[in-house]
Design a binder for this molecule. Structure first.
Ligand code: ZN
Length: 234
């Protein structure tokens, strides 16, 4: 495990103006047996983090994403290799006692999380259940990363930018996408000038408006038409 991969989170800070979602709304939690739910609730706590938080989530917990979007970044990189969207869970490997891939996971948008100590999650869910679940997920992760590699190599910046904006919009359940163009350029691993051109092109279609460090999604259909749609199932 890289020495710089984990950080200690600050205590929960309520964010103003947020709809109050909680762990009971989370689809994975919702699908668990009542006994496991009770044990997770007894051991877990909710945490709010702003989208510009620079701390990586630690590997001592299982993290349910209640709202917002997290991103996975290789160590010492600003290139985002995968989103972790609301309704997903980060850290199944941790619950099994492994430290994971080495990627740092931190907020892309404002997030509300529910954190459960890894050992408590293992006890509540059972090692065998977790092992089967992680094995299934590994195949999905590999497929996703293969698609992303092909996308990065072959699709235009404007198509990839539209893809990421839609991911953030849908993955965050419509929460504001407060990312300026410098951060979007870093996330996609492209020059700032390339993002400026791509953003102008997308804005001209009427699908999105960029202003004051925020991307406002105006028309999902138009933005989808501009996107390469990699990683989508429809
Ligand atoms: Zn693509």
């Amino acid at each position: 495990m890289p020495a710089d991969s984990a950080a200690t989170l600050p205590p929960s800070v309520p964010l103003p103006g947020r709809p109050r979602a909680h762990i009971g709304d989370h689809p994975v939690y919702h699908a668990l047996p009542p006994d496991a739910q009770r044990r997770l609730i007894a051991e877990g706590t909710e945490v709010d983090l702003p989208g510009d938080a620079r701390l990586a989530l630690d590997r001592d917990h299982l993290w349910f994403v209640i709202s917002g979007v997290l991103g996975a970044f290789p160590p010492d990189s600003e290139v985002c290799v995968a989103p972790v969207v609301s309704g997903a869970v980060y850290g199944w490997d941790h619950a099994l006692g492994f430290s994971g891939s080495g990627a740092q996971v931190r907020p892309l948008l404002d997030v509300r999380l529910f954190q459960v100590p890894a050992a408590a999650a293992r006890e509540a869910l059972g090692y065998d259940w977790l092992a089967r679940f992680v094995a299934l997920q590994a195949v999905q992760r590999l497929t996703f990363l293969e698609q992303e590699a092909a996308c990065n190599a072959s699709h235009r910046v404007s198509e990839r930018l539209a893809k990421w904006l839609l991911r953030l919009h849908h993955g965050g359940n419509g929460a504001p996408v407060r990312l300026n163009q410098a951060r979007l350029a870093a996330m996609l691993g492209v020059q700032r000038t390339s993002i400026n051109v791509a953003a102008r092109n997308l804005q001209a279609t009427g699908g999105v408006r960029f202003s004051r460090g925020k991307a406002s999604i105006l028309d999902v259909a138009k933005l989808t038409a501009s996107s390469c749609r990699c990683g989508t199932t429809d």
